[in-house]
Ligand binder design. Structure first.
Ligand SMILES: NC(=O)c1ccc[n+]([C@@H]2O[C@H](COP(=O)([O-])OP(=O)(O)OC[C@H]3O[C@@H](n4cnc5c(N)ncnc54)[C@H](OP(=O)(O)O)[C@@H]3O)[C@@H](O)[C@H]2O)c1
Length: 197
């Protein structure tokens, strides 16, 4: 049974032209040098407190492989000690106990396993898994961080989405780094915004 209080969020950072990685998977362009004088500063204390509100992460195997490469280069593991579910049909290395692998019906997994157990469920990429999550009507909100850069080509935020998805803009924040964070609620399904008209 789905927990009525649970919330599925899709969160990624993308270039202004809508790519989450270069075609070969590189994300070097995430380091930008813009300055927006009127923007907010990301307070580390706020970020730490906010991350505590996330109960588990879900990601595709290619995103997991990128995370493993980051970790191997000494850049850390971004998902703390929270349960992290990796969608894959392959045998992949497992570097920590919090990582669990899953394959099969994503709707059943989210509605019958994750929603009853976790309140705040974060899908953190990549484009293929995010699109699958939206296609299946599983997402309640989309958080889209736009970086001040155009990269021309790459892996799109939502890969091969086969229909329109109506959204309600719930929050906009601009940061000193030139990043703009948009939070949209997904309309017309379980996550229908109560504020949207
Ligand atoms: N900018 C950002 O914020 C951001 C965030 C996340 C990722 N990224 C980048 O995006 C790229 C990866 O994105 P992507 O779209 O190529 O791949 P992805 O969504 O990370 O992973 C796709 C893979 O997940 C597995 N999968 C998907 N649905 C499944 C299901 N229902 N059951 C079992 N397995 C399933 C399949 O892999 P198998 O072959 O293993 O079965 C599939 O090929 C990386 O370069 C990463 O660095 C960027």
């Amino acid at each position: 049974m789905a927990n009525r209080d649970s919330r599925v969020t899709i969160h990624m950072a993308a270039s202004l032209d809508g790519f989450i990685a270069r075609k070969d998977g590189r994300v070097d362009w995430l380091e930008t040098t813009d300055k927006f004088v009127g923007g907010d500063t990301l307070d580390p204390g706020f970020v730490e407190a906010f991350l505590k509100t996330i109960d588990c992460y879900v990601m595709g195997s290619r995103t997991y492989e990128t995370a493993l490469r980051f970790e191997a280069r000494g850049l850390g593991w971004s998902y703390g000690d929270k349960p992290t579910f990796v969608l894959t049909r392959r045998e992949l290395p497992r570097t920590r106990d919090t990582v669990k692998f899953h394959s099969g019906d994503l709707a059943e997994f989210v509605n019958e396993r994750l929603r009853p157990a976790f309140r705040s469920i974060w899908f953190v990429g990549g484009g293929m898994v995010s699109a699958e999550c939206l296609r299946l009507g599983l997402a309640d909100e989309v958080r889209y961080a736009i970086l001040p850069v155009l990269i021309g080509d790459g892996i799109p935020f939502f890969e091969r989405l086969d229909r329109d998805v109506a959204l309600h803009l719930a929050e906009v924040k601009a940061y000193k780094s030139g990043m703009v964070e948009l939070r949209y609620e997904v309309r017309g399904q379980r996550g229908e915004s109560r504020n949207a008209t």
